[in-house]
Design a protein around this ligand. Structure first.
Ligand SMILES: *Cc1c(COP(=O)(O)O)cnc(C)c1O
Length: 406
């Protein structure tokens, strides 16, 4: 395994993690991406860049985020001890600010004026708009018209932060079309703009770059856990949409063979096509949005519709490093359903006073199951990727009655 570990930790220079990743893009994009790749390589070797980013992590985001022992929930479950890495306590309420600040600083150092991106539920848009203000960049966020109506509070946040929210009226008027339109806008002016991807997906160098920025989560957690408890956690658990919060936690532990890792995908309403977004569990290798990975696709290689109660998890692809980690068996990919996630959201709220994002509640749901089957001397560290404030109106409207909230 130790030889394999080296290859799974770093992609080759073309951005391949084993067979996955790379960059499957039109020739006109090649120069642009290699400019980003070169700039990122240079900047990532520059100590002053890391110094600046680390100061922002500390003073602006509030890092390091704490690790918290869920004594109440662990006692209630009656098995292993469960701990959270509290990414929900970050400024803006989730892990996404970690890579958005990195991408915004990179954009600034490359001498570009504007940072652009697509957003689905608006979480990436809000984190990027925040980072853009701080670093001094203009910010354009492309968003489907349907999502604009659905995710009104995040649209307002982006506008208060001074970002331009650009409605996309094409096709399904949701995330996939927003990606297409944002990419076209990027191709229209690659000199003055940088495209900032919202997860460890897309063509090289994005999966590597976003992973590097998110690795602060695992690097902190490893030291914190070791210092406090004198050993490493036995198990790591994180939810997987595109896979950035999961890889951020896992990357520091890949060589620790005694640390088991679990990535939790959304099984939504069940495993019928269009009812889930369990890409690694149910998908097969293919190419989407410029990179090779496991995908949920039809016979012709077209992406299938996906669904999850957590809008941050419904993507038909997944970061390429996860595909390799699955094939090597280093990470086990499992699922949690809508119902299990909502149940865990209420359970964590009512045992520990922490309302998690619905995305993160998928990880808590699986951790609870895992804990039941393990002894009290075993430990499970969950990446709590975000807080649930953004979800409470929806949760109460859809599920309130069952939980006595009306
Ligand atoms: C966006 C989001 C996710 C999913 O993205 P990953 O790239 O898989 O981490 C998970 N949790 C929260 C709170 C999010 O906002």
């Amino acid at each position: 395994m130790s030889n394999d570990i080296k290859t799974i930790a770093m992609p080759d220079e073309k951005g391949f993690f084993g067979d996955y990743g790379g960059s499957f893009i039109p020739p006109m994009l090649e120069d642009i991406l290699s400019e980003i790749s070169t700039a990122y390589d240079e900047i990532s070797r520059d100590p002053s860049f890391h110094e600046e980013l680390n100061m922002l992590y500390q003073d602006y985001v509030g890092r390091p985020s704490p690790i918290f022992h869920l004594k109440n929930l662990s006692a209630k479950v009656g098995g292993a001890q469960i701990y959270l890495k509290r990414e929900d306590l970050n400024h803006t309420g989730a892990h996404k600010i970690n890579h958005c600040l990195g991408e915004a600083l990179l954009c600034k150092k490359m001498g570009k004026k504007k940072i652009i991106a697509e957003t689905g539920a608006g979480q990436h848009g809000v984190a990027l708009a925040t980072a853009a203000v701080l670093v001094g960049l203009e910010c354009d966020i492309y968003m489907g018209e349907i999502d604009i109506v659905k995710e009104h509070p995040n649209v307002v946040r982006m506008k208060i932060l001074g970002a331009n929210v650009i409605p996309v009226d094409r096709g399904t008027r949701t995330l996939k079309d927003a990606v297409d339109v944002a990419f076209e806008a990027y191709l229209g002016d690659p000199v003055n703009q940088l495209y900032a991807i919202g997860s460890v997906v897309g063509p090289h160098p994005f999966p590597k770059m976003v992973r590097d920025f998110q690795s602060v989560v695992g690097n902190e957690a490893r030291v914190q856990f070791q210092d406090r408890y004198g050993k490493l956690p036995d198990n790591l658990v994180a939810c997987v949409g595109g896979g950035s919060n999961a890889i951020g936690l896992f990357s520091a532990f890949l060589e620790d063979e005694n640390v088991a890792m679990y990535g939790v995908e959304p099984s939504g309403r069940g495993f019928k096509d269009g009812d889930h977004a369990a890409t690694l569990t149910k998908g097969s290798p293919g190419v989407l949005h410029g990179f090779k990975s496991y995908l949920l696709q039809d016979d012709k290689g077209e992406p299938l519709p996906v669904y999850s109660v957590a809008s941050g998890l419904d993507y038909p692809g997944v970061g390429p490093q996860h595909s390799l980690l699955k094939d090597l068996g280093r990470v086990t990919y499992v699922t949690a359903s809508d119902v299990e996630a909502i149940d865990s959201l209420f359970e964590l709220s009512r045992t520990e006073g922490i309302i998690p994002a619905i995305e993160s509640a998928h990880a808590v749901a699986f951790a609870t199951k895992l804990a039941k089957d393990a002894g009290p001397d075993k430990t499970i560290l969950v990446n709590l990727s975000g807080r649930g404030d953004k979800d409470i109106d929806f949760v109460v409207e859809q599920y309130g009655k069952e939980y006595g909230v009306e």
